[in-house]
Design a protein around this ligand. Structure first.
Ligand code: PEP
Ligand code: MG
Length: 602
């Protein structure tokens, strides 16, 4: 290709397919987000100073400014969360910023920065060298996304810190003016995304493609369309190019022709919303019942105390999964029994009379506790996780159960155990629970009026032990995120394989059906609390298989309630009973079924 033809090619309209990371349509001018390796403009501050003491002061000052800036982002996010009448995924995004703040205060990182300066590096060089050694260390840990995520968090923090060091604290705004912008990035941290003017941010196009990356989660909380997996995007887009992001189809139109723009009818008011999100206020008080009168119970998944406030606004019937590890992840040391009791009391107070299912600590895996270094491992998903940690260190479970019993004195307590692989593990946990109840009773403390103990079905081996398990549990909940990853032997955080297997494959569905059939026969209450419960087609399939309780993020409840209210149970049940086992996935056919029956259109 000659230079001329290359230039011409860069001016032509293009359509590039990727992966949808958030629905919605966005149109705006491209802003190429600078990647970390890009040279920062030289200025007086980037030149090495004679005195190491001065450099240390520079580093310390920059760290103080940076932490203040992150704290401001956190309070902005928290305020906007409070001002919402509707639940959003902003709570999750707030979690991420809090973890980010923990990293910014990480003594290890700060120590390394100072050490590099002591060894003779300038403040700016110290940031680069420290990042390099973190990258090397995390790189050695393997390709798991939990480490990649940490890596991009440190990249984000490093570029932020450098901005202060070279006195270039201006926030990126995109091009001048107030027209909408589409941010195109190779790598971008969650806080960096929040630096862009939120009013102008109309979409995000990423080279990376993980649904669970921090930037994707924060992007979803901003309700912008996101398309990932766009490997060559940086060579195809020039700054200022017009870009249309179709987050519904996972497609990006570069320099789109007028007809394409017209087809999408991108009105500013629609730009940031998934066109399907039904009005929450209208649906919240309505019952979650199918057209032929079958009730489907919709519950919330929560991880922050604030999430619990949304039960009523979302129109849910309680909390089906409270991930107790989230508050643990945001602290610099293990909370003691008194601190945990206070937290659980607060959750119950906010839930008022609605039921809450407390899941015991599911640490390890992608949920790393900074103070439990020993849990870090090469294979975090399958080594020391959840109850396996407890069997090594039962005191962790003992303290958590003690706190839950104390917080719930005089009321009903529901506890759920994650990552159970064998029925006898529940029995062991129940013995610890009984011991703690006796301990409290002997001390004259108020104990719960009733305790229900359940387990999550997340490890395939458990499906083959359900008859033995039934005598130990009061209920079960399918953790489809983990069940799916262990069923297909596919790391749930590993994006490259995320499109190869489908939760709507007849094979996985037959596993789910077997769980449902066995529970129904034994009259053991059953729910699903993995991500699939909050996705329309997946929820439809689950209902067709006989699942009557679904637990999901608050933001998903209205869409699922709307779907339930538009469907006839008998029809979907009949449809699911004739699933063809030889097909790879029923997704497409279920989509047609949903459209043809006026249930749901995506
Ligand atoms: C699951 O595995 O489906 C689940 C709900 O648990 P988590 O996503 O917290 O592992
Ligand atoms: Mg799980």
């Amino acid at each position: 290709m000659t230079d001329d033809s290359a230039e011409n090619w860069m001016a032509l309209p293009r359509q590039v397919d990727g992966i949808s990371l958030n629905a919605g349509i966005g149109l705006g001018r491209a802003v190429l987000h600078p990647s970390y390796g890009m040279k920062t403009p030289p200025d007086e501050g980037s030149v090495r100073r004679d005195s190491r003491k001065d450099e240390l002061i520079r580093i310390d000052d920059a760290l103080v400014q940076m932490v203040e800036e992150i704290q401001t982002l956190i309070s902005q996010q928290a305020n906007s969360l409070l001002s919402k009448t509707q639940p959003t995924s902003q709570a999750e995004s707030l979690d991420i910023l809090k973890i980010y703040l923990l990293l910014a205060n990480d003594p290890g990182w700060r120590g390394q920065l100072r050490q590099k300066v002591q060894e003779g590096a300038s403040a700016v060089d110290a940031v680069d060298q420290t990042l390099e050694s973190i990258q090397k260390k995390l790189g050695e840990k393997g390709a798991l996304s939990v480490w990649q995520e940490r890596m991009s968090d440190f990249q984000d923090l490093s570029s932020r810190l450098k901005r202060y060091l070279i006195n270039s604290v201006a926030r990126p705004r995109g091009e001048d003016g107030d027209s909408p912008i589409i941010v195109v990035a190779d790598r971008i941290g969650p806080a960096e995304l929040l630096d862009y003017d939120r009013e102008r941010l109309a979409g995000l196009v990423l080279v990376e493609q993980s649904h669970t990356s921090h930037v994707a989660i924060v992007g979803r909380s901003l309700e912008i369309p996101i398309v990932g997996g766009m490997k060559s995007i940086l060579t195809e887009v020039a700054p200022g190019d017009s870009i249309l992001v179709d987050g519904n189809e996972g497609r990006v139109y570069i320099r789109p022709v007028t007809e394409v723009v017209r087809r999408f009818d991108v009105k500013p008011s629609l730009r940031k919303k998934s066109s399907l999100a039904p009005s929450l206020e209208a649906l919240a008080p309505l019952s979650s019942q199918t057209l032929d009168g079958v009730s489907i119970s919709l519950l919330l998944n929560a991880g922050l105390v604030e999430d619990v406030d949304y039960i009523e606004a979302a129109g849910a019937e309680g909390v089906g999964l409270y991930r107790t590890e989230i508050p643990f992840m945001m602290r610099s040391k293990l909370p003691n029994v008194a601190e945990q009791t206070k937290l659980y009391r607060e959750i119950l107070k906010r839930a008022r009379d609605y039921p809450v299912v407390f899941r015991t600590l599911d640490v390890g895996g992608d949920k790393v506790l900074p103070y439990l270094e020993r849990l870090r491992s090469e294979s975090p998903m399958m080594e020391q996780r959840a109850n396996r940690v407890f069997f090594d260190r039962p005191i962790l479970l003992r303290y958590q159960l003690r706190a839950l019993i104390r917080a719930c004195g005089g009321c009903e307590l529901t506890i759920m155990l994650p990552m159970i692989a064998e029925a006898n593990e529940v029995q062991a946990a129940r013995e610890i629970l009984d011991g703690e109840v006796e301990r409290e009773r002997a001390r004259g403390n108020l104990i719960p009026t009733k305790i229900r103990l359940g387990a999550m079905v997340e490890v395939p081996s458990l499906v083959f032990q359900l008859p033995q398990l039934f005598s130990h549990v009061d209920f079960l909940s399918v953790g489809s995120n983990d069940l799916f990853q262990f069923f297909y032997a596919i790391d749930r955080e590993y994006p490259k394989l995320s499109n190869r297997y489908d939760v709507l494959s007849p094979t996985f569905l037959s596993l789910l059906k077997s769980i449902q059939d066995q529970c129904q026969l034994a009259q053991i209450p059953l729910s699903v609390c993995g991500e699939m419960a909050g996705r329309p087609l997946e929820a439809l399939a689950l209902i067709g298989l006989g699942y009557r309780t679904l637990s999901m993020s608050a933001a998903a409840v209205p869409t699922i309630k709307n779907l339930v209210r538009n469907l006839t149970y008998q029809e979907i049940s009949d449809y699911m009973s004739v699933v063809v086992p030889s097909h790879r996935s029923i997704r497409q056919s279920l989509r047609h079924f949903a459209r043809d029956h006026g249930i749901y259109r995506d």
